[in-house]
Write a protein that binds this ligand. Sequence first.
Ligand SMILES: Cc1cc2nc3c(=O)[nH]c(=O)nc-3n(C[C@H](O)[C@H](O)[C@H](O)COP(=O)(O)OP(=O)(O)OC[C@H]3O[C@@H](n4cnc5c(N)ncnc54)[C@H](O)[C@@H]3O)c2cc1C
Length: 303
Amino acid sequence: MLRTILLALAKSSRLRRWITTNHTTRRMASRFVPGEELALAIEAARVSNRSGMSVSLDHLGENVGTSEDAVRARAAYTEALERIAAEGVDANVSLKLTHLGLDLGETFCAEQLRVVTRRAEELGNFVRVDMEGSAYTDRTLRLVQQARAQTAAIGTVIQAYLYRSEEDVRALLGIGCRIRLVKGAYKEPSNIAFRRKNDVDANYIKLLKILLPSGTYHALATHDPRMIEAAIRFAAEQGITKDKFEFQMLYGIRTDLQSQLVRQGYRVRVYIPFGKDWFPYFMRRLAERPANLIFFARALLRG
Ligand SMILES: Cc1cc2nc3c(=O)[nH]c(=O)nc-3n(C[C@H](O)[C@H](O)[C@H](O)COP(=O)(O)OP(=O)(O)OC[C@H]3O[C@@H](n4cnc5c(N)ncnc54)[C@H](O)[C@@H]3O)c2cc1C
């Protein structure tokens, strides 16, 4: 219920204005977003690298309404790729197609994506296309599949809460596409998505058992110790070595678990978001864990 309300509030422009200009909420958000500037994200990436973790940089933004904004987003991504290369940081980039202008047209967005993946390929790097709400699933997969036919420097995300995901996984494996498996962060109706945590978890484990033996390098993005244990146990049983996949977690969440996995010799990548448009990302993080909301409310009361 709370999750539903928070995800609905993530679309409110009044709340966005208030939260993004309030000093206390800005400070709170810095737990999940290290800063608005690329330089701060690069600095956070260096810290993660020093702790033995690689990084994915996400320039925050989604659902842009003009081609000027979409082109600016594209330029921010090519700049991030160039800075990563110039500064020798171990990082790739994650992006949302609605940030590159998917709402403005599929052909336009495909061209935008092509520019970013071409630069990534030139620099020996990689672009992960995040998965957004279900209104975008078909279009995202279509554009990723088209792009994957041109370059291996692209991968995408599959959400375990969607009923369709096993089929999508099999289609992507057929073209050797790298997948990041997540539970799913959006509000979806029960005719297309599992609503109960147990069902989502069971599907997550089912899908990871398809991904890990596939021979392609995939990512398991979760902070859930039960999912992580299931993956570790399954990989050990199947003789899948630790260099054949990676765990991914979000900046500022379960940093203890991140370090523990590194100590155990697993590959860990931290997803580091940056940029001015952090409000929807922040709301999704609050929605994932009621304790975050309590923490947030306390901070607000303290002022
Ligand atoms: C690297 C990465 C990339 C992602 N990309 C996408 C994407 O492209 N599309 C998409 O729909 N979703 C994406 N997600 C979000 C994902 O779908 C989940 O919403 C999110 O990861 C929470 O699910 P969980 O697997 O951690 O398990 P949960 O069952 O939600 O949580 C397990 C435990 O993790 C901890 N935890 C989880 N979330 C939080 C939080 N916000 N604050 C503090 N503790 C927390 C708590 O201890 C909790 O008990 C991504 C997640 C990660 C880690």
